[in-house]
Structure formats: C-alpha cells, structure tokens
Design a binder for this molecule. Structure first.
Ligand code: ZN
Length: 255
C-alpha cells in the first residue's frame, strides 16, 4: 500500500546526521516545514545524496508512515552552486535558512516564503547581486510576509508621509519624523533614501525585489535597522548572523 506517498518540491534548510547512515532533513515546502528521514543518504552509494545537501531544491517523493516521513526518490531542480561554493554567500544563506526555520511552521501555507527564499538564493547565485542588498531586501520582505510588516506609510505621530530624518521604532513597528516626540520603543535611524528603498522592498512585485539603487551609507543603515527589527520582533538572536558578521572584512561590517 502506498497510501501515505506524495510528491512535493522542497529546499533543504538543514541536514542532521543520525547514528546510522541516515540524514534527517529539515525541508521548506509550499505547505510549510517538513522533516524527512533520508535512509542511507550518508552512504557513498546513496542515489539521492545530492538532494540531501544544504540548499538543494528538489522534487521529493516521500512516504508518510505514522509520525515519520521517509524519502523514496529525489530529483534535483537547483543546487545553487554559486552560493554553496562561496564562503561569504554560504554564511549569508545559512542566516536565511535559520530565519526561515524560525518563522515557518509545519503544515503552514509557505508558498510565498519558499518563493522569496528561492529568489534570494538565485539573486546571490546567478544574478551576482551584492550580498548586503540581498540580505537587506530579503530580511525586510520575508519578515513582512511572515506578519511582521512595519507601518511605514507616514509618521505615527504627525501623519507626515515624507518624514525628515526618519526613525523606525523597532518594538512598535512604526515610523516617525526625527523632529516628532519619541514613541515608546527603541528607535533606529533610517534615512530618506533608506525609507524610499524600504517602501520599494515591502510593496513592489516580488520579481522587482532586488531592482533598486540606494547610496551605500543608506543601505548600511537600512540593513542595520533590519537586523535590529528582526532580533526584537522574533525575540531572539541568530548564531548564523553573528557568524556571517564575524567573517566579513572590517569595512563591510554593519554599523
Ligand atoms: Zn512626524
């Protein structure tokens, strides 16, 4: 009986080696996070070792038996070699994967999150977009899609749509002018061009996500604000983000 058998496309966020020659794969699919046992995947003779690698995107044929899902067959769609063989990009993708695992759940509509993650990896791998630009746009858009969108249409205090020296309250998720009275939470600086870029990132069609230009200093501010917003809203730090920042050359480190 193959009643528990189904086919799904998924991206490997994590591979955990077991005592046997197996892997337990943490996979993002359009229907949320799936834990898949890949029997014998660490053996050299395994026919699906490529699909079990970190960041491999494959069509997976699996069987659900009781509480467990087992891998039967895998057909690799994309391996993102341009990321996996680049030390810095691989570290950044590890942060994207940890962020994804933090936000997404099992049996949870995740088609938008999967699409955002695949496009981010493609932007790094094939399009050679600057890592800081991809990191900034992905983090903001991904958090927004996950329900953590900040309100950035205008100043929360005076309503002005074009705040001077704009600040973002990372606890309340609201915008205000630098000259307006403080809101309750911690505020971090954006810049006028950073705010324009953030509006593009949050509201543009997904295909246009990495198609914007911004002065380097404004991008650094927006990147730093995104990290702080992420840490505050999700109430945690990210080991992979700390590692990524550790390996960057000094001039590339966020403010
Ligand atoms: Zn104001």
């Amino acid at each position: 009986m193959d009643s528990g058998k189904f086919v799904t496309a998924g991206l490997v966020l994590r591979q955990t080696a077991t005592k046997e020659s197996d892997y337990i794969l943490t996979v993002l699919t359009a229907d949320g996070i799936l834990s898949v046992i890949a029997k014998g995947a660490r053996s050299r003779r395994s026919r699906y070792s490529a699909a079990c690698q970190f960041l491999a995107y494959s069509e997976l044929t699996v069987t659900k038996k009781g509480d467990w899902v087992y891998l039967n067959e895998a057909s690799t769609i994309e391996l993102f070699d341009g990321v996996r063989f680049d030390f810095e990009k691989l570290a950044l993708a590890s942060f994207f994967a940890e962020l994804t695992e933090t936000v997404c759940r099992e049996q949870w509509e995740a088609s938008e999150m999967l699409s955002l993650l695949l496009n981010a990896l493609y932007a790094l791998s094939a399009l050679q977009k600057p890592p800081r630009l991809v990191k900034t746009a992905f983090t903001w858009r991904f958090l927004s899609a996950a329900g953590f969108a900040p309100l950035i249409d205008g100043c929360a205090i005076c309503g002005c749509e074009s705040p001077q020296q704009p600040l973002l309250d990372v606890h309340e998720g609201v915008l205000r002018c630098g000259t307006c009275p403080a809101t309750a939470g911690l505020s971090v600086p954006l810049s006028e061009s950073g705010l324009a870029a953030l509006r593009h990132i949050l509201y543009c069609p997904p295909k246009r996500l990495y198609s914007f230009t911004i002065p380097d200093q404004a991008l650094r501010l927006l990147d730093s604000a995104g990290e702080t917003f992420c840490t505050v809203q999700l109430e945690r730090t990210f080991r992979t983000l700390d590692y990524y920042k550790d390996i960057l050359p000094p001039e590339e480190i966020t403010l």
